[in-house]
Design a binder for this molecule. Structure first.
Ligand SMILES: [Zn+2]
Ligand SMILES: [Zn+2]
Length: 331
């Protein structure tokens, strides 16, 4: 099968013919229709996340059709494979509804092969059933950008005035959900990024502008951009009792800041991975409040180019690889 393979961190992905994966007991074999490209893929490729499986097939937002070994899924069913690929089921975290924190967890497209390939295998217990429409490329970003964004939004509590720092794949989904929930959304981007700012306003943000600006006091802020200097900036914009949620898996160092910014019961927290319950809840929420995803579609051979565009902040919405004609067709 064709796959985009990472042989060594810091080197470009290479499109190659590789042996197809063989499903083990409990795994589904999937024909990949589409796979989202996430900033986390970029962090793995660039070496900011340590010790991936090598060689590695990246990609943890897989939309595929079941070819075999389906378990609870019929052959031909459309399923989604997220970042969380396996957990131990035995540790204190797994037994308390926090499987996202399992120290033995395995992750799709990082410690397990992912979906930048024509075929993929996945533990069926961690797959989500997906609807037959819309097109696979439009569903794929929900599987990480949507899921992590949704988990981050829950940690924002009942914040009415919500700041989103970095308006990429995740924020463009969260903005729509938050607006549908009746929150006021303020989108902070790099100065002068008019493409992202216009998308934010189109998708329900009340205001969009540069990160240093102060359009309103905020009840909560979610930081999607991997830039540590945004943490004190977001804290400075918070009302008393507010929370800054860091939603990325990697961030540059956070500069020191005066205690005054944290005083008043403000808090800073991170969001790590996802649980299967997050997925069930997100897809239920999306039935109440449908969102549209804005995608830039690439072929498998262009995986490296898609990563480069994410690195440069040039993607409007989310980047997705289409593996089959049906993956990119609006069905
Ligand atoms: Zn565990
Ligand atoms: Zn991701």
């Amino acid at each position: 099968m064709r796959a985009a393979v990472l042989l060594e961190q810091g080197r470009p992905l290479e499109a190659a013919d590789v042996p197809p994966p063989r499903p083990e007991s409990g795994q589904v074999l999937l024909a990949v229709e589409a796979c989202g490209v996430c900033r986390t893929d970029l962090h793995v490729r660039d070496g900011e996340l340590p010790e991936p499986k090598l060689p590695l097939v990246l990609g943890h937002q897989i939309v595929g059709r079941v070819l075999g070994g389906g378990g609870r899924f019929a052959e031909g069913a459309r399923v989604g494979v997220p970042w969380l690929g396996w957990t131990c089921g035995e540790c204190a975290f797994c037994r308390s509804g926090r499987e996202n924190l399992c120290e033995r967890a395995r992750f799709t497209g990082y410690t397990l092969d992912g979906g930048f390939a024509e075929l993929a295998v996945a533990d069926e217990r961690y797959c989500f059933e997906l609807p037959g429409a819309p097109a696979a490329v439009e569903l794929a970003p929900l599987l990480c950008a949507g899921l992590i964004g949704y988990r981050a939004l829950r940690f924002a509590g009942d914040a009415e005035r919500l700041g989103l720092y970095g308006f990429g794949a995740s924020a463009h989904i969260v903005a729509q959900l938050a607006a549908a929930q009746g929150r006021r959304v303020f989108a902070f981007t790099r100065a002068g990024d008019e493409r992202a700012q216009s998308l934010a306003v189109e998708l329900g943000a009340e205001w969009a502008g540069a990160a240093g600006e102060r359009p309103a006091e905020l009840d909560a802020a979610i930081i999607f951009a991997p830039a540590g200097e945004l943490v004190p900036q977001a804290l400075a914009a918070l009302a008393r009792g507010g929370t800054v949620v860091c939603a990325g898996i990697h961030m540059t160092d956070i500069p020191s800041f005066p205690y005054e910014l944290l005083w008043g019961e403000r808090s800073v927290r991170s969001v790590a991975n996802l649980t299967r319950a997050d997925g069930r809840d997100l897809f239920a929420e999306l039935r109440r409040h449908p969102v549209r995803t804005e995608v830039e579609v690439f072929g498998l051979e262009q995986a490296e180019e898609a990563l480069a565009r994410i690195r440069a902040g040039e993607v409007r919405g989310a980047a997705v690889l289409a593996l089959t004609p049906s993956g990119s067709a609006a069905s």
